[in-house]
Design a protein around this ligand. Structure first.
Ligand code: ADP
Length: 226
């Protein structure tokens, strides 16, 4: 479904963020990409939504070279990818309901669809009781659950969660991982990046270890070797 073919990325200041990276991801896989800060994880994820261009190599989505898509085709592909970030990126002046509604409206869903889907997706992340609260009234873990709800409400095929637990304590971290696993069980592909050993131990599953822009291990049984 996704294939990185000998991808390298050298930033204009000559930083080598990715160095000849090749690997594939099958539909419905749960893949954790682990590595120290600066290893290249975020750059790797940005390639998938064409936020960064490879210096060498190519990234394929269902056999299409992502970086050769037209603007229109790219925006169509982006709708199939839900993003979750370490800093949540919620709109502070909107309620939980409005934050999620906003993502649906952006892709043309009508009021009736919004009214039926938002409560449903909030139940999935156990936050139905916070629907009318503002982000500032929520804990970090709750904010991240809203961000996940927003990412999945448009029913993307792939969820990219880039360091989603970076600001969270162990209890909330576990909760976020559990929710991502549940989403994966519902049939979505999940790509998670983390530098946290505890997170990797919790998940099991396939773990790709990165070091200085290279994949140094691709382990289907989920062990952390840094
Ligand atoms: P990670 O997500 O594993 O922390 P990144 O992909 O963010 O790694 O970064 C990989 C390397 O590329 C780091 O050395 C980082 O400083 C560098 N880098 C990231 N973005 C840029 C940029 N826009 N310009 C120059 N260097 C960058």
């Amino acid at each position: 479904m996704i294939y990185y073919d000998k991808v390298s990325k050298v930033y204009p200041d000559k930083t080598v963020a990715l160095d000849d990276v090749s690997f594939g991801i099958e539909p419905k896989e749960f893949v954790t990409i682990v590595g120290h800060s600066g290893a290249g994880k975020t750059t790797l994820m940005k390639m998938l939504i064409a936020e960064e261009w490879p210096t060498d190599g190519a990234v394929f989505f269902e056999s299409t070279n992502i970086h050769k898509l037209s603007k229109k085709e790219m925006s169509k592909l982006r709708r199939r990818i839900g993003m979750v970030f370490q800093d949540y990126r919620l709109i502070p002046t909107k309620t939980v309901y409005e934050n999620i509604a906003f993502a649906m409206e952006a892709i043309g869903r009508n009021d009736a669809e919004v009214a039926s889907d938002v409560p449903h997706v909030l139940e999935l992340v156990d936050l139905g009781h916070k629907i009318w609260n503002f982000p500032r009234e929520l804990s970090g873990g709750e904010r991240q659950r809203v961000a996940i709800a927003r990412a999945i409400v448009t029913q993307p095929d792939i969820i990219i969660a880039d360091e989603p637990t970076g600001n969270l304590d162990p209890v909330n971290t576990y909760e976020i991982i559990r929710i991502l696993q549940k989403i994966n069980e519902l049939g979505r592909t999940v790509l998670l990046t983390t530098h946290n050993k505890g997170v990797v131990d919790t998940i099991g599953g396939r773990v790709i270890t990165m070091e200085r822009g290279k994949i140094v291990k691709d382990d289907r049984s989920g062990r952390y070797i840094l």
